[in-house]
Write a protein that binds this ligand. Structure first.
Ligand code: ZN
Length: 435
């Protein structure tokens, strides 16, 4: 599927060091070793209620990682999916009496325009689930044939809805018992999240899992293929029968298809740590006999008025709504980057006001410094070093912005300070802020 237009590419003098990043699986900040090529997969949206501030902060955070690699001379294969068929999308379409395909396309388009406005570098592969089903279902058939997947009988739910026979689940125990690969790696649940089984069971139920489904071999076994229900979209899929894929297999197999070998970084919001990324790694292992990713990175949650921003609560701040009200997307991006990506934070009007003032100051200071003849670039060159160091150490955008603030104060106070053009480039190339 089409992504969005890339922001203008800006290169900086010299080269940044390879970035370090907090790896959820390792539980600490690690040096990402890739120096020839890196790959990044950030889980995409389910296209309804796009793009709220939680989405925006995640894609801006990993855009900073993308930019860190580019500044270190490392080309990046960036992949992102669109979950363009899924239960909540279908429910919203039914509730609002809109065709689900239309809802998905409209919201995906809105997301594209928001990402473009926020100067997020687009993925090289932007992949919808619907367009992937024809190559995806044979992978599930293969798991089935290898004894790593099984079918469960139908049932009648609490609302009296009859669910048919034949939903397919991944057999986690069988996957866990697969022999180690040549590098000695084998997969087990908990590899990414490090939760106890009780904690996993609790979260699994909260995040769309079905631990109590009768016929499952293990309560945590994830759905691979949901056979056709009346009134739901479905696709013909050989031995599996008509239906549609489960969420984890979609994401992991899109990553597998577009990146050769393990991902450098699998990323997303921290509500995806379990089960999505943790069990997703098991799907990847079962299909490819490789670790899914070398590193896992997660953003904190964004809240509003004391609560996590969520579709179910309806307390969403939408980028498109702020833009429609005339706000500059560069200021929205600055407001996001004023928070460390791993912290949980609350969106407030004050944050946006502060970011707008910051943007005005940057614009003013850069244009003043650009116009000075015979001035010194020294402070701008020092700023480049400071920004590279801050962003190279676990994407510390607040520290990078503090360094830009200090340069702006200096530039406005000292008429010998120049280097405005370099500062403009630093903001564009490393922070995605276009003055
Ligand atoms: Zn995903």
């Amino acid at each position: 599927m089409r992504a969005w237009d890339a922001p203008a590419s800006v290169t900086l003098p010299g080269q940044a060091a390879l970035p370090r990043i907090f790896d959820t699986s390792a539980g600490e900040i690690v040096q990402v070793q890739e120096d020839k090529a890196a790959s990044l997969y950030v889980c995409g949206i389910t296209p309804y209620d796009a793009t709220h501030m939680g989405h925006a902060s995640t894609y801006v955070a990993f855009d900073l990682l993308h930019r860190a690699w580019l500044d270190a001379g490392v080309p990046v294969t960036y992949v992102q999916n669109v979950t363009d068929v899924d239960d909540p999308l279908l429910e919203r379409a039914t509730a609002t009496n809109v065709d689900w395909r239309e809802l998905a396309e409209d919201q995906t388009e809105l997301f594209r325009t928001d990402m473009k406005a926020l100067n997020v570098i687009p993925p090289a592969h932007y992949v919808g689930v619907v367009e992937s089903i024809e190559w995806l279902f044979p992978l599930i058939e293969d798991l089935f044939r290898r004894g790593l997947a099984y079918r469960v009988p139908g049932f009648t739910d609490e609302q009296g809805v009859v669910h048919p026979d034949g939903d397919v689940y991944l057999d986690l125990k069988a996957v866990r018992e697969l022999p180690a690969n040549a590098e000695g790696y084998s997969w087990a649940p908990g590899e990414v999240c490090h939760l106890s089984r009780d904690e996993m069971l609790e979260i699994f139920a909260e995040r769309g899992g079905d631990p109590n489904r009768a016929g499952k071999r293990d309560a945590l076994d994830p759905l691979l293929w949901r056979v056709e229900r009346e009134g739901e979209p479905s696709w013909d899929a050989g031995e599996l029968g008509a239906g549609r894929p489960g969420w984890h297999i979609e994401c992991t197999m899109i990553a597998r298809r577009f990146v050769d070998g393990s991902l450098t970084v699998q990323a997303g919001g921290n509500d995806l740590t379990f089960p999505h990324h943790d069990l997703g790694a098991g799907h990847s292992w079962a299909v490819s006999a490789r670790p899914h990713a070398k590193h896992y990175a997660h953003t904190g949650m964004v809240g509003l008025d004391g609560h996590k921003m969520s579709k179910s609560r309806g307390n969403l701040v939408l980028v498109s709504r702020l833009r429609a009200a005339g706000e500059d997307a560069n200021a929205i991006r600055l407001a996001i980057m004023g928070q460390h990506y791993r912290s949980d934070w609350f969106w407030t009007d004050e944050l946006l006001e502060h970011a707008k003032a910051r943007l005005d100051t940057y614009r003013h200071a850069v244009s003043v410094a650009e116009g000075r003849e015979g001035s010194s670039d020294e402070a701008a060159v020092e700023l480049l070093t400071a920004v590279r160091e801050a962003l190279g150490e676990d994407l510390n955008a607040p520290a990078a912005l503090a360094a830009v603030d200090a340069w702006a104060v200096k530039a406005l106070a000292d008429t010998t300070v120049g280097g405005g053009a370099l500062v403009r480039d630093i903001l564009a190339a490393r922070l995605g802020v276009v003055l």
